[in-house]
Design a protein around this ligand. Structure first.
Ligand code: NAP
Length: 320
């Protein structure tokens, strides 16, 4: 099923691919082989080092506005990590929090102020926002030149037309991970579970633009396990822990888990927060060829990609 090891790929540098092909053949012979753990945290650290060097020579600090409305648990986790990352690389995060009952108008007015403020280079609205507010109106009020999470319709059109532009940072993280591991998706069967405008759809478009054969699944997909088992590359972005069990995967697959859920657990009598993905990692990791862990996979890479895009706007500021 897996065609990453086909002829024509052998000229590529061996690193991941040779390990991967070996893993696939051994798995096909029924041998239990350790999967490659796709370490997003390591790539994120490398990006952080590069960004730190870039920011050191900046006259002013690249500044990101993060808008949060309400108090979603997963959003709190993302924002905390974005702020830690910013501090590490020397960027500034201006965190703006609104209560759930804020009016749409006042959020839009504030965003318009950030649009014209030349000391601000990126604006993101941490999703989800409360259902009583129009997500599209709020997102559309962001100046596309500062839309570093690629959520305005202008950014979506760039992606649709295969033009350069900002994409969802989770999508960008998937592309960076694939590039880093030298995984060419041309002609590969990619199955994406989740079709949100934030993750599933932009990731599908970005991979179609790279000539993958993409199937997008969602809550109404029938026989999800049959779809996911057919994938060369399985990407999940749902937010349901253990949705993808060992019965949903096949030997030789690459599994990229974008899902993040924060669970409250009790370990040794101590209440803790535990971050998990959509994939039953322990059960799946011994079947597939490569897998991203949660935490430590796409999450940290998404944050690094966000700040990479922030620097891009900063460097283009002269043209704003
Ligand atoms: P979302 O808007 O809630 O979308 C979830 C998607 O999953 C929807 O398309 C939904 O389909 C689908 N779905 C729900 N139940 C399903 C099921 N049983 N089987 C198949 N599909 C199902 O969430 P999102 O914003 O896309 O985020 C998805 C996950 O990624 C979340 O866990 C989020 O925290 C995480 N995330 C991670 C990062 C990162 O950096 N790693 C970044 C962004 C988001 P329907 O619309 O048909 O219900």
């Amino acid at each position: 099923m897996l065609s990453l090891c086909e002829k024509g790929q052998s000229h590529r540098p061996p690193s991941f691919l040779s390990i991967f092909c070996y893993t696939v053949s051994m798995q096909k012979m029924g041998q239990k082989i350790m999967p490659k753990i796709l370490d997003g945290r390591a790539i994120s650290s490398k990006i952080a080092e590069q960004l730190t060097q870039q920011i050191l020579v900046c006259k002013t600090k690249p500044t990101l506005v993060i808008i949060q409305i309400g108090n979603n648990e997963e959003s709190n986790t993302y924002i905390k990590h974005k702020r830690i990352f910013a501090e590490k690389i020397g960027a500034i995060v201006k965190y703006v929090h609104y209560d759930e009952d804020v009016s749409e108008e006042s959020v839009v007015v504030d965003i318009e102020t950030y649009n014209t403020d030349t000391s601000i280079h990126g604006i993101i609205v941490q999703l989800p926002i409360p259902k009583n507010l129009s997500e599209s109106r709020i997102l559309e009020s962001i100046d596309p030149r500062k839309d570093i999470d690629g959520l305005t319709s202008a950014s979506a059109m760039h992606l649709f037309n295969s033009e350069k532009g900002f994409v969802s940072c989770a999508t960008k993280a998937v592309l960076v991970l694939l590039d880093n591991e030298q995984i060419d998706v041309t002609g590969k069967k990619v199955v994406i579970v989740g079709h949100s405008a934030l993750v599933g759809k932009p990731t599908a478009l970005a991979l179609i633009n790279r000539n993958a054969t993409v199937t997008v699944c969602h809550a109404f997909t029938k026989n999800l396990d049959e779809e996911t088992k057919r994938a060369d590359i399985l990407i999940t972005a749902v937010g349901k822990p253990k949705l993808i069990t060992k019965n949903f995967v096949s030997p030789g697959q690459i599994v990229i888990d974008i899902g993040i859920t924060v669970l409250s657990v009790e370990e040794d009598g101590v209440k803790k927060k535990k971050v998990v993905g959509d994939v039953d990692y322990e059960a799946v990791k011994d079947i597939v060829a490569a897998i991203t862990p949660v935490p430590g996979g796409i999450g940290p890479l998404t944050i690094a990609c966000l700040f990479e895009s922030l620097l891009e706007v900063y460097e283009n500021l002269g043209r704003l």
